[in-house]
Each structure stands twice: as C-alpha cells, then as structure tokens.
Design a protein around this ligand. Sequence first.
Ligand code: NCD
Length: 342
Amino acid sequence: MPIPFFLTESEQKAILAASPKTTVTALLDKYVGKRRLQKKGLVSIDQLSPADVALIFRAAFVFKERYLKKSQTSKLALLGGKRIVNFFVEDSTRTRTSFELAARILGAEVVNVTGSTSSMAKKGETFEDTVRTIDHLLPDAIVIRDSRSGSLAFVASKTRSQIINAGDGLNEHPTQGLLDVYTIAEEFGSVRGRTVAIVGDILHSRVVGSQARLLHKLGAKIRFVGPATLMPVGAEKVFGAKVFTSLEKGIAGADVVSLLRIQLERAAAAFIPSVSDYAAQYCLTPARLKFAAPHAIVLHPGPINRDIDISHAVMESAQSRVEEQVTNGLAVRMGVLYLLLH
Ligand code: NCD
C-alpha cells in the first residue's frame, strides 16, 4: 500500500499493526493529538490550511482502517451529547447518508430535515428563516445542501451553530473535494506534482470548486477538459490550470482522470448540442483511458451516468476508484465532524 503524504510510513504501519485492544480513541490521541480545526464550520476549502487537511486525513485514516473496516466494533462515543441537524434542500444519496452515518457512528444525536418536509415547501418560509429556526433548536452543527451558490457563507455569518457545506449551488462541496483528494493520496502517497485531469461540466460543477481549490493548495497540476461551452471564462487563469477541449489530449499522461456529471438540473443542456453528442466526445471509454498514464485512476463524485460521462467498462475496471470514494467519504466526514465538534 502506498504511503499517504499525511502519515509517515512508520506511522501508517503502526496504526495498521496496533493490537485489536488499542482503541480508536487511543489511536486518535496518538496520531491526531489535541489539535482541532477552527470551530467555525466548513463552508469553503479556503478555510483549511494544508496542515488542517493533513489532520483531517490522519483522523480519516484511523477511522477507515481501524473502525469502518471493522478491526473494532465497539461504539464510539466521541461526539456524545452533540446535536447535528442535516438540512438538505437539494436531494442527495451519498452525501446525506454518509454525513448521517458519520455522526451516528461518532455518537451524536442526528435529525434530518429536507426541503420537501420543511415549511419551506408549502408554507413559504424562506431558506434563511428555516436555517435561523433550526439554529434556535441549539444544535452544535447544521450540515446544509442548497441549490443557491453562496447561500451558506451568507447564513454561516448569522448562526451560532457551526455550518457545514454539503454543496451550495455551483459553488463548493468541501467534503467532496476532501474525499477526492484523500482517494488520490491513498493511491499515490502525495498529490504534489501529480497531474489531475478534471473532465466534463466544469462550468456548473461545485465539485470542481472544492476539488480544484484543494488540489491547487496541495501542489497538484490541474487540467480542465471539456466542451468550450462548459468552460468558465478565464478558467486557465484559475488554479494555474491548463484547458483542453480534446479528451484524448487533456488526459494524456494524467495520473488521475476526475470525471463530472453533466448538471442537467442546472441548465447544462443549453450548453451542449445533446447528451448523446456530449457522450460521443467525452464519455470515458477503455480506449480513451489508454491515453492517461498506465497507473491512472478514475474518480467520479457520483451520481454517475453510465455511458454518458463514464462507460460501463471503465466503471467496472480495476482503474475505477468510484466506489472507494464513497467509503472514503464516510471516513473523511467522520474526520471533519470529529475535528470540528470534539
Ligand atoms: C455531487 C453533488 O451533488 O454535488 N454529488 C455528490 O455529492 N457526490 C455531484 C453531482 O451531483 O454531479
């Protein structure tokens, strides 16, 4: 197993080899220590230093390798007495389930509110008033997904609870960026100097907002690949990225091919001739993947659209890390909740 940049080889071996009697708490005390994130929620990757990211990854490694893989099964009470509300105005499978599982495994009380089950849907209460109401139930954190870019930074300045961004419109999705980069670090040891080709709907993707910010912070080489109409103006000036409209050229020699879904619910259809035309040029097939480095891995935040953004064969291939990303999402969210709330 390659050595993640956030743990030395001997630290990693020691964590994996610790006796089953060594508790997760003892491992966290030893390998994460007393340092925590600033207790100001997590709305943007910009709030994190590289040292913060390494801390999150150290905690995630302990949780993944020593708890989720069932070396230990006794319940963790690390967030006993803490209250977390998940407020998802936009639908979600992976993110909401993993935030909820993460919080429950850590021993917190969790309540779920969705747009359609809140008074927003039929009674006209606004998003801001709904968040203020939830805030006055005195939770420790509110995990929010909303369709409007920037809405979370706006409410975070007004709440006493910590606000954790689970995706705001086209803007950011910080825990997704963290789990993507954790998956890369797990594979290659370090992301510094690695070439990551981000392919697809760059214009409408909040995943890019966090993934590219984080890759840039950690010294990766970023390429944006996709139709010119889905490329933000000035994309090449951001994050030192190189822009490609040809998939084959854009992924040539890349260590990581990071795919994105076409965001049809954000009007992406108006930016491409048709979904099948898009797939004809940009769907990652085994033949196209051969242009990337032989050791390249393939990421996708999900939900995948089989044979549109990723071919069935690539999804099922040994190079796909798409399902490992889901597991890593649980470990990373446990790390974030622990470091913000413990
Ligand atoms: C993404 C999202 O909703 O931002 N999915 C996710 O959280 N795993 C990406 C997408 O919807 O395409």
